[in-house]
Design a protein. Structure first.
Length: 294
């Protein structure tokens, strides 16, 4: 007589985990560092100014006053960019019993919110784009942050070169001399490895406590021109390192993130997440970039 096994059995219960695993990174370092500012127009402007260089200042006794040549302020501008995510869920998809989420709409909404925030971070530091005013047939695009930092240092003489501490010091010195006070060094993950290697330079000592933990990371770089918190950003341009003062950057919001249930069209619900935002650097002469990185 043949043995009846599970291969013959009908009506077996499923065993599906109630946990959905997704390791996609959701951190947005630049967006997190920036405070928000409201705007009421799709094109917004601000002004910056500077003082004259220090010079010899000695007058002859009793001389007439000599009038200085005045310089106007510099007008800067950027445009808001519309970010959107839309999805459609059938009524049945929300009605059936599922594993790992209570309602499909709520689950997909959570994913869309995370994805659009990643898109925002990319628009800030992951692309190099000038502002696009837009038209009835072309989308507006904000100027990315690299377009609003005047000062830069090339990583080397080749098309691309690795990050070096020497170039970081050059960038720090230039920022200091121009009056900037950067506190964050934002780099791609691969450059985090290079910065960790700064400790191996000749003449440097590391203090090892009586512990079994091996530490090989630099999260605060202290140099002659300031202290820089090292921040890794998965989304930023791989050719750039940003030495920035976060207080000088703002997220500019025309329309905050909102979810709209669109007009019903059949046996489903259509959802759209929309925000209209941009970024602003209060003074283009502030902060510094190292460009041409490999």
């Amino acid at each position: 007589m043949a043995t009846y096994t599970t291969y013959n059995q009908v009506g077996k219960a499923e065993d599906v985990s109630d946990i959905i695993t997704d390791i996609t990174p959701t951190d947005t370092p630049m967006s997190t560092l920036m405070k928000s500012e409201k705007t009421h127009a799709r094109v917004f402007e601000w002004q910056e100014d500077s003082l004259a260089n220090a010079a010899v200042n000695a007058a002859i006794e009793g001389a007439d006053a000599s009038m200085a040549t005045l310089s106007p302020t510099t007008m800067r501008s950027n445009v808001t960019q519309i970010l959107t995510k839309a999805f459609q869920i059938s009524a049945t998809a929300d009605a059936i019993k599922t594993y790992g989420r209570a309602k499909e709409t709520a689950y997909q909404m959570g994913k869309a919110l995370k994805e659009i925030k990643r898109d925002q971070e990319r628009a800030f530091v992951g692309v190099s784009q000038a502002a696009v005013t837009g038209s009835a047939s072309a989308a507006r695009k904000m100027a990315s942050i690299d377009q609003m930092i005047t000062n830069s240092t090339d990583a080397g003489s080749n098309a691309t070169d690795p990050l070096t501490e020497a170039k970081l010091l050059v960038a720090g010195q230039d920022a200091f001399e121009k009056g900037s006070d950067p506190s964050v060094l934002m780099v791609k993950p691969a450059d985090g490895l290079i910065i960790a290697g700064f400790t191996a330079a000749s003449g440097r000592n590391r203090e090892f406590a009586s512990t079994k933990t091996l530490v090989n990371v630099i999260d605060l770089y202290v140099g002659p021109f300031g202290e820089y918190k090292v921040v890794l950003n998965r989304h930023q341009l791989t050719t750039h390192a940003f030495l920035i003062d976060p207080s000088m950057f703002k997220q500019v919001v025309l329309r905050p993130y909102t979810r709209t249930l669109l007009a019903k069209n059949g046996d489903s619900d259509r959802h759209q997440i929309v925000a209209e935002i941009s970024c602003k650097h209060s003074s283009f002469a502030d902060s510094h970039m190292i460009t041409g990185l490999s």
